[in-house]
Design a protein around this ligand. Structure first.
Ligand code: LMR
Length: 424
């Protein structure tokens, strides 16, 4: 098993057992990781050329392996063994890929197109709907026609609507039967703007889509990529609640903050960001973005005098992209990548393979009613909110500082929900 590689269907990449188990350790029980490994397709033996390439990586692999061997976990092993004995076959039963229907609302835009591509490649997606307005950069039917040529099982259909019309009047076919609706919609920031400046216009855009989802796919998970996430998500979740629907179906996608934290720490520490997983809690704007470097095995090795700068770098990353795009939008490709990571985790959860991700949801882990935190996605969507875990001094101070800022942004959302109603 030592040199064997298997393809993780989650990202389509090949990993050794050491890399695979190191990545999932802490997120899943050892037994679950082993069962998932059993489900993964084995990469066939490589020829000489590929072997040479492997050689370059061998050093790193050996290191990782040595580390794993250095730190045996006899207790955990024993526990897993006992459990395995009690239920020997259950762990090995492969779970079939899901057959889910996914809609990307705003699917012909800057985020929507790559997000639709990435979701269309997910083996759990059977049907993909690309919805957008007639003023989108490309007609959504064109994006759908393009994506329908991928060698994947999913059927792709485009849906268009004129500006000024209501999604609820047009999206019955598109949304009916959807398990997941991803919403990269609304106006992006221009240099000098805060995410909060977008609230009025973007909340109305989000409401139109959420209203249609409430009618045609009320059980679907809605992944919101609409700024300001800190206010839009509470607004939409409270509107769902007012309508007697489950507010936990509304999930704010903050995964890009995690992706950025992983990348920046990887760069600073000379490590592969693929094996870094920094929880980012709080919200998705400025100081409300709080990376918990201390909770990752590489993140916690950052020198104390570098933490404040790294924290700020993660907070300001979106603004840096807005400035670099110079009035022509905000992060699209990395946002699509992050949105797809979250979307795939939701679908994996729905198919019975639980996944843990940070997301901005209705919450009770602090005194704030909405909060980005680690949640477990399972059958039905969010099945568990995880505790914040231990915070160091810097993180504890930052948490207290961000609370009043985030509360104010949540309040804007709550006021919006009070003043509005979802149509029947
Ligand atoms: C991001 O974090 O890149 C997005 O929220 C877009 C923005 O306005 O920064």
């Amino acid at each position: 098993m030592a040199s064997e590689k298997r393809i993780d269907p989650d990202d389509g990449s090949a990993y050794t057992w050491e890399e695979f188990s190191e990545f999932y350790t802490g997120k899943y029980k050892k037994k679950e990781i082993a069962a998932y490994w059993e489900d993964c397709e084995v990469v066939k033996k490589k020829k000489a050329k590929a072997k040479a390439k492997e050689g370059a990586k061998a050093k790193a692999k050996t290191k990782a392996k040595a580390k794993v061997e250095e730190e045996p976990k006899p207790k955990a092993k024993a526990k897993a063994k006992v459990k395995a004995k009690a239920k020997p076959k259950a762990a090995k039963e492969p779970k079939p890929a899901g057959n889910f229907k996914v809609c990307v609302c705003g699917g012909a835009g800057g985020i929507g197109q790559p997000l639709s591509l990435l979701m269309g490649m997910d083996p759990n997606v059977k049907e993909l709907c690309v919805f957008d307005l007639s003023v989108a950069m490309v007609p959504p039917e064109g994006v759908a026609a393009d994506l329908s040529h991928l060698e994947r099982k999913c059927k792709v259909t485009g849906y268009v609507m004129e500006v000024g019309k209501n999604p609820i009047d047009f999206l019955e076919e598109c949304l009916t039967g959807c398990h997941l609706v991803l919403v990269p919609a609304g106006m992006p920031r221009k240099p000098g703007m805060t995410r909060d400046d977008l609230f009025k216009v973007n909340a109305d855009i989000a409401k139109g889509i959420v209203e249609a989802c409430a009618k045609f796919c009320p059980e679907a998970v809605l992944g919101m990529i609409v700024n300001p996430v800190n206010s839009v998500v509470p607004a939409m979740a409270e509107l769902y609640k007012k309508k007697g629907l489950n507010p936990e179906k509304i999930v704010g996608i903050t995964t890009l903050d995690v992706v950025r934290a992983n990348k920046f720490v990887g760069e600073a520490m000379g490590k592969n960001p693929n094996f870094i997983n920094i929880p980012v809690i709080g919200g998705h704007a400025g100081e409300t973005i709080l990376p918990l470097f201390s909770q990752d095995k590489i993140g916690k090795t950052l020198e104390a005098d570098k933490i404040a700068d790294m924290d700020k770098k993660v907070q300001d990353a979106g603004t840096k992209v807005v400035e670099a795009k110079n009035g022509k939008g905000s992060a699209t490709l990395s946002m699509a990548y992050a949105g797809a990571r979250l979307g795939k985790s939701v679908l994996a959860g729905l198919s019975g393979r639980k996944r843990t991700e940070c997301a901005y949801v209705a919450s009770t882990v602090t005194d704030l009613p909405y909060f980005a935190q680690k949640v477990v996605f399972g059958e039905g969507g969010v099945v568990k909110a995880l505790p914040l875990g231990e915070l160091n001094e810097h993180e504890t101070k930052r948490l207290e500082e961000l609370k009043p800022i985030l509360q104010k942004e949540i309040d804007s959302g709550l006021e919006y929900a009070k003043a509005n109603e979802l149509a029947a």
